[in-house]
Design a protein around this ligand. Structure first.
Ligand SMILES: Nc1ncnc2c1ncn2[C@@H]1O[C@H](COP(=O)(O)OP(=O)(O)O)[C@@H](O)[C@H]1O
Ligand SMILES: [Mg+2]
Length: 447
């Protein structure tokens, strides 16, 4: 029987074909222009540029101009000149993780950077730039997830597959909080993306905050601030891809990313280099298109597993209206606001409960739990309203019974919210401690 010619052509097309190459026709800043292969390439596609010295620099297509492909490098541009060969790399970039990646630290390309030898490779390719699961096929968020941190478990309860933002300035305690979440959560696996931090901070996080016990149940993806923007952006995609692998294995995954702001800044550098206009306070439009594409990848899947996501956003001076903060807040299912003022008075994690919200609450709670949490919030709000007056000694006890109560409970509530970085707290204990403080009946952890 004659083979079907269409099928033969399809098979030939599917063969990796590395013989197709173009030539570098210009280099400007971070941008490499390649001619001769523009018909073979599309945005997001890959090329390997061979430098004069024979070094191979992986590049990604970020746009086209005047009939030429515009590439950005995953490495440095040193030694690339006019006429250098640019080979087209076919196929979608993918990784092949296994559970053997737990305890490992990888870069944005999925290469090990912890000196522990090669990474085991699994059978199933996971694309680095996947699309979020289709909305109609996605399950709804599941039951509560125990995050191991009292303030969040009780006042900002999260469900499996929920996505939250952590909004904070620098030095307010994001890294310590993330390490506590990774270590103490009941989720089976944590995938942690460290994007755009300085190298020293990464070492501190791995050794001092996360420690060997936290690392053992995590995969950490790192792109430091000195790496090219393409690496910093891809570290975010890589973090999601690893989380998706574990989710598709049916696990509940906690995905922590620090920070989404640095991801947005990397996308800004890429967009501006490719000639996009800066439209919103210096950010080009692709930043606001890429943010939901990234963040929507977290969430419930179409099967058993879930990705619960916590993404940090840098807000210097508490400016929640800053464009990235504003965009991210609109995409996620709630936000946790951390304040320097609170840390300075010695209460860590420095979460301002009154400014934070989890959108799955109160729906995920029992009626008793909601009564308990609402009562505690009211007391905190009453205290916050009168805080200045109370500090100045201008408030007279007896003028308002709610404020009197708030003053009475304030030290115990403040103490409840305080949690040392070596202390784990589970959902049930959090509720019973809060109930005991307020003299209310115990409520259990379910909901
Ligand atoms: N739970 C905590 N208990 C005690 N100190 C804390 C806690 N969280 C943060 N800190 C203090 O705050 C400092 C800055 O925290 P870090 O997580 O590195 O901030 P960020 O990542 O936001 O820059 C830490 O070095 C530590 O002194
Ligand atoms: Mg930090």
């Amino acid at each position: 029987m004659q083979p079907d010619t269409d099928q033969v052509i399809a098979e030939i097309d599917a063969l990796p074909d590395h013989s197709i190459y173009g030539r570098v026709s210009s280099v400007l800043g971070m941008l490499v222009e390649v001619g001769g292969v523009e018909k073979r390439l599309s945005v997001g596609g890959r090329c390997r540029v061979i430098t004069r010295g024979g070094r191979v620099v992986p590049c990604e297509v970020v746009g086209f101009r005047a009939g030429k492909a515009l590439l950005m490098p995953f490495g440095t541009l040193d030694d690339i000149g006019l006429g250098c060969r640019a080979e087209v790399a076919e196929g979608q970039p993918a990784i092949t993780p296994t559970t053997g990646w737990l305890g490992r630290v990888v870069n944005a390309l999925g290469e090990p950077i912890d000196g522990k030898g090669p990474l085991p490779q699994g059978p199933r390719p996971t694309p680095i730039r996947a699309s979020p699961p289709p909305a109609h096929a996605r399950r709804r968020v599941g039951g509560k997830i125990d995050l191991g941190v009292r303030a969040i478990n009780t006042f900002l309860t999260c469900c499996k597959g929920q996505r939250m933002g952590i909004f904070a300035g620098s030095g307010v305690g994001k890294s310590v909080l993330m390490s506590m979440l990774a270590k103490y959560t009941a989720a089976q696996v944590s995938v942690i993306g460290l994007i755009g931090e300085r190298g020293r901070e990464v070492q501190e996080f791995l050794e001092a905050d996360l420690g060997p016990e936290g690392l053992a149940r995590s995969v950490v993806v790192v792109a430091t601030s000195d790496e090219p923007p393409l690496m910093r952006r891809q570290a975010a995609y890589m973090t999601m891809a690893v989380a998706e692998f574990f989710r598709d294995e049916g696990q509940d995954v906690l995905c922590l990313m620090d920070s989404v702001t640095r991801f947005a800044m990397a996308q800004r550098e890429i967009g501006l280099s490719a000639g996009e206009p800066p439209t919103t306070k210096g950010y080009p439009p692709t930043v606001f298109a890429e943010l939901p594409r990234l963040l929507e990848r977290a969430g419930p899947g179409t099967g058993e597993g879930t990705i619960s996501g916590l993404f940090t956003v840098l807000v210097e001076g508490g400016d929640m209206e800053e464009p990235i903060a504003d965009a991210v807040r609109g995409i996620l299912d709630g936000h946790i606001v951390m304040e320097r003022r609170i840390g300075e008075r010695g209460r860590y994690p420095a979460i301002n409960i009154l400014r934070s919200v989890s959108r799955t609450m109160p729906g995920c709670n029992t009626e008793e739990q909601n009564l308990l949490v609402t009562r505690a919030r009211r007391l905190m709000a009453a205290y916050a309203d009168m805080e200045e007056m109370i500090r100045l000694g201008a408030y007279r006890r007896g003028s308002d019974s709610m404020v009197d109560e708030a003053i009475h409970f304030q030290p115990a509530l403040e103490n409840f919210l305080r949690q040392g970085k070596d202390e784990r707290s589970d959902l049930g204990t959090g509720y019973s401690e809060l109930a005991a403080i307020l003299g209310m009946p115990a409520v259990g952890s379910a909901g």
